[in-house]
Design a protein around this ligand. Structure first.
Ligand SMILES: CC(=O)N[C@H]1[C@@H](OP(=O)(O)OP(=O)(O)OC[C@H]2O[C@@H](n3ccc(=O)[nH]c3=O)[C@H](O)[C@@H]2O)O[C@H](CO)[C@@H](O)[C@@H]1O[C@H](C)C(=O)N[C@@H](C)C(=O)N[C@@H](CCC(=O)O)C(=O)O
Ligand SMILES: Nc1ncnc2c1ncn2[C@@H]1O[C@H](COP(=O)(O)OP(=O)(O)OP(=O)(O)O)[C@@H](O)[C@H]1O
Length: 467
């Protein structure tokens, strides 16, 4: 491939190579289409130089390769060719199966919006036996690998991903309450995330990430573009950071509701937040243990909780009211920064306002958002989609439709909310059509037993979450 980027002319996507320099903390991830220019993404861990002993160095190499393979999704999507090549190292069948899952499901929304069918198209080449350093018996399918990589001598400490929204702040406060040592870590240059991280008063770790600049040029030249599984990428970055720093836990804050997508007529389920779901968490955690380090734990602290349960927890703390935002418009790499932390018109603003409303005094909530979204008729369509009323759930990180309906039903019974435009319309038009649907909030607040939180952590936390 030479000259301008022509997605139809691409034959092969290549993983060209990757390297980590412990002296500078820089990871270099290189890709290419055919014999075109190298596309180099960089990730920089602060705190270099790092001393990696003989136990940790192989774990770092395997975490680096995993990051190289996962982060490739940003570039692969530009042309989605049938041929994938990995230069420089081979991968085993378990790794190929994990990646095929991450690319297929993580690009689910991308494929739907671009009218592409990626089923059966994404095949990672398996070359040779299990990767070096991988313990005997490494399994054969994503999530099914029960082998173990050697332990890397990691110390007990949690690297907790912080995203500037309510979810990670709930986890951070829960871990603090349980007395678990933590460093709050984020990827990228967001000032909003930095402000929240500093507000926690805990040690912080800001990892820089620079996408290959050619990708943006390819986008201008007509590359396929769309959503990617960014949580999978951030997870792989934090896993690399954990083994480089020698700590044993990578903690995310993905709630139970993230495992459910939008039901699209004629297409089926498409999950915008697939890499925040339970299937990804299980597969990735197992893969880290079998292919990176047996003593590395990856889990989501909020997996047992619904979005409403997370909102209830968040409402218990007011320390972050003037700092946090769940509105994704704050987090673009390119383009303008919004002037307000809450745009007030996107699905996340709609949902977070609704989810917090049953658990917070109204004046506090309105002060956080600077307005009352539930008393604004122009927001009716947005709330209909959240409740899956005449529309599908939006492609965004929002709770299940039954959670939105239950929250709305609770507000419909509250004098301070029931006359507000969106709630009054729900009472008059939607509620009567819901027939026998159970609309109580309480059952949705019960922690789910399905999660990957280590026993020692969960035993200290479940009372906190149940309180
Ligand atoms: C902030 C945001 O929502 N961005 C999405 C948006 O991208 P846009 O072009 O408007 O701006 P940028 O974010 O600046 O991206 C510029 C281009 O770079 C590509 N890109 C970016 C990051 C990356 O890791 N790889 C990339 O290839 C991107 O394609 C842009 O062309 O629309 C895009 C297309 O739909 C989305 O891909 C952008 O989403 C970001 C990757 C992002 O960080 N989004 C999170 C706020 C997000 O949606 N999180 C999900 C979790 C989903 C998951 O499974 O992990 C959530 O919270 O639900
Ligand atoms: N830039 C980032 N660096 C590292 N982790 C991130 C980043 N952005 C989001 N995350 C993590 O990804 C997961 C999903 O993000 P999400 O946006 O749902 O969480 P949040 O920002 O904590 O809360 P909210 O849902 O209210 O926005 C969380 O664990 C979050 O900490």
């Amino acid at each position: 491939m030479t000259g301008a980027f022509d997605r139809e002319a691409v034959a092969c996507f290549r993983f060209v190579g990757c390297a980590f320099d412990p002296a500078t903390g820089e990871a270099r991830l290189a890709y290419a289409f055919d014999d075109g220019p190298e596309l180099v993404e960089t990730v920089i861990l602060p705190g270099a130089p790092f001393a990696l002993d003989a136990t940790r160095a192989p774990a770092v190499e395997h975490a680096l390769r995993l990051l190289h393979l996962v982060a490739g999704v940003s570039y692969y999507k530009a042309a989605v060719p049938e041929c994938i090549r990995i230069d420089g190292y081979g991968i085993d069948a378990a790794t190929a199966a994990l990646l095929e899952d991450v690319y297929l499901h993580g690009l689910g929304e991308f494929a739907y919006r671009n009218a592409l069918d990626l089923h059966g198209r994404i095949r990672f080449p398996v070359e040779g036996p299990a990767e070096a350093g991988v313990g005997p018996g490494a399994g054969s399918a994503a999530g099914g690998s029960h082998g173990r990589a050697p332990a890397a001598g990691l110390s007990s400490h949690a690297l907790v991903a912080i995203g500037g929204g309510k979810d990670s702040l709930v986890s951070i406060e829960a871990l603090r309450a349980a007395g678990i040592g933590q460093t709050v870590a984020w990827v990228g240059g967001s000032q909003l995330i930095r402000a929240c991280a500093e507000r926690t008063g805990l040690p912080t770790l800001n990892i820089q990430r620079q996408l290959a600049p050619e990708l943006f040029e390819y986008n201008r030249q007509g590359a396929y573009n769309g959503h990617i599984p960014v949580t999978a990428i951030n997870s792989a970055i934090l896993a690399l950071a954990a083994v480089v720093l020698g700590v044993d836990q990578v903690v995310f804050s993905n709630e139970r509701s993230a495992s459910y997508g939008s039901l699209i007529e004629g297409t089926g389920e498409v999950n915008h937040q697939w890499s925040k779901g339970w299937a990804f968490e299980q597969a990735f955690a197992a893969h880290l243990r079998s292919h990176v380090a047996a003593d590395l734990r990856y889990y989501s602290l909020l997996r047992p909780l619904s979005e409403l349960a997370v909102a209830r927890q968040f409402a218990r703390i007011d320390r972050y009211d003037g700092w946090f935002s769940s509105c994704n418009r704050n987090f673009h790499l390119l383009g303008e920064r919004p002037t307000s932390r809450w745009c007030g018109v996107c699905p996340k603003c709609h949902f977070v306002f609704l989810a917090l409303a049953p658990f917070m005094p109204k004046p506090r909530l309105v002060a956080i958002f600077g307005r009352n979204l539930l008393d604004d008729r122009s927001q009716l369509g947005g709330y209909d989609a959240l409740m899956e009323y005449r529309d599908h759930k939006p492609f965004e990180c929002v709770g299940e439709a039954r959670e939105s309906r239950a929250a709305m039903a609770a507000l419909a019974a509250r004098p301070e909310w029931r006359e507000d435009a969106v709630v009054a319309r729900f009472r008059g038009e939607i509620l009567p059509q819901l027939g026998g649907e159970a609309l109580e909030i309480a059952p949705l607040l019960v922690p789910d037993p399905e999660h990957g939180i280590p026993d020692g952590v969960w035993s200290r936390l479940h009372a906190y979450f149940a309180a």
